[in-house]
Structure formats: C-alpha cells, structure tokens
Design a protein around this ligand. Structure first.
Ligand SMILES: O=C(CO)[C@H](O)[C@H](O)COP(=O)(O)O
Length: 230
C-alpha cells in the first residue's frame, strides 16, 4: 500500500470511473464524497456532448447532478439501468460491501438491484479481508424504533441511533438509522437474512451480490477488481 491521501484518491477513482460511461446509457448515480467526483467529471463530459440519463439515489445526489447539468429521470419511469456507480464504506475482495454511511442505503440498494452492472468506487483504506470494521447501518421505521433497537440488543448488538447536529438523523424516506458496531461479520448472508426478518427494519447496509467491478484507488494507481460470482 502507498501513502494515503484519501481526497486525491477519491478524486482519481471517481473521475476514472467515468470512462465506463457510454453514449445513451441510463446510469444509477450513487451517493457520497467519492461519487461527488464521479458526478463532477460526468457533468463535464455531458457538457462536451455525452448523452446520458441518470437516476439519483439521494436528494444530495439529485442536487449535485442538477448543478453539474446531468439529466435525471424518475426511477419509476425506467426499466433496467445500464450501470450504477456508487461508493462504499467498506468492501472485501469478493466485492461485498457495507454502505449507508451517507444514509442513502435504501435507494442505493433499489437502484443497484435494477442495474445490469454495479461498480463500487473507493480509496484503498476501505478494502478489507472481512467485513465489519465499520458499524453496519440499519434503516428502521421511526414508529417502534426503540423496540427494534431492543431486539438487536437482546441478541448482543449495541445499536446507536444516528444523530445529526443534536437531532435524530432522518433519511430521505423519513426513516431512522441504527448504526450497529460489528467487530467482524463471519456470515454476511446469514446476517442479511436475519436483519430482514427483524420487525421495524426497512433495509440494511450489507450489499452482498451486487457489484461486478470495483475501482480502488491506491496511491497513484487505480486497481480494478472483478467479481468471480458475476
Ligand atoms: O453508502 C453510501 C451513502 O449511503 C456511500 O456510498 C458511502 O457512505 C461512501 O461514501 P464516501 O464516498 O463519502 O466515503
């Protein structure tokens, strides 16, 4: 590994990922500070004549895409997307990821699941052998969130209700987020299924079988990894 300058690496990987975009593509636009650089560069290419349409995965991305001149379309008005490019909070060598640090996991998962190809972009600090160094975001219904927290606590987890400037953080969809410290996830698929069965849970940040490609910025290089599962 090279010396880490994550902002430069985010920019490098975000800009490089725009090379994947071809004329007439319908693109899922992820959310976050790495995706910011992807959007900015894509906006430049659109102004130079590239013709694409995007589906935004958050209000933040919608605002950015509009400011960069990227044409947007309503998710419900489209069929399959050609490609989604999104960031991740952590990913392993099987291209499984934890997402949701930016709170957009619900839309991000919906859009990724409607895309022919999904690409994660990140800096090398996020690449891990085993998922679970970062807390896992779990999106819950505000009604009864304390009950859902209690159910997690009963199983030994210590969920933290996400805050934003002294108030409870609310997602674009009006939900709350519980950040659950993991200390290593041994069986991500089993955890995914278990969480989906928990009353009050809308979605969680385990993105297990979505990505076929990952762009990882490491120093001056961008390493491209492919999934063997896809
Ligand atoms: O999942 C996300 C938002 O819900 C982001 O993609 C993830 O948090 C990575 O963001 P960043 O590029 O800012 O580190």
């Amino acid at each position: 590994m090279h010396a880490v300058n994550t902002e430069k690496e985010k920019q490098r990987v975000g800009e490089q990922a725009t090379a994947l975009i071809e004329n007439d593509m319908l693109i899922g636009l992820g959310t976050g500070s790495t995706v910011y650089y992807f959007l900015r560069k894509l906006g430049e290419k659109v102004r130079e004549g590239l013709q694409v349409m995007g589906v935004a995965t958050s209000r933040q991305t919608q605002t950015l895409a509009e400011s960069f001149g990227i044409p947007l379309v309503d998710f419900n008005a489209v069929n399959e997307l050609d490609l989604t490019v999104d960031g991740a909070d952590e990913a392993n060598y099987q291209l499984q990821a934890i997402k949701g640090g930016g709170g957009a996991l619900l839309s991000e998962k919906l859009v990724a699941s409607r895309s022919k190809r999904v690409v994660w972009i990140m800096d090398a600090t996020k690449l891990v052998r085993q998922l679970g160094n970062v807390a896992l975001p779990v999106e819950v219904i505000p009604f009864g969130y304390a009950h859902t927290m209690g159910l997690l606590q009963k199983e030994g987890w210590e969920p933290v209700l996400r805050q934003d400037k002294g108030s409870i953080y609310t997602t674009d969809h009006g939900h709350y987020i519980l950040d659950v410290p993991m200390n290593g996830i041994h069986d991500p698929h089993a955890l995914s299924v278990w969480l989906h069965l928990l009353p009050g849970v809308v979605e969680h940040g385990l993105f297990l079988d979505f990505a076929d490609t990952m762009y990882v910025a490491d120093g001056d290089q961008v390493v491209v990894m492919h999934s063997h599962a896809k």
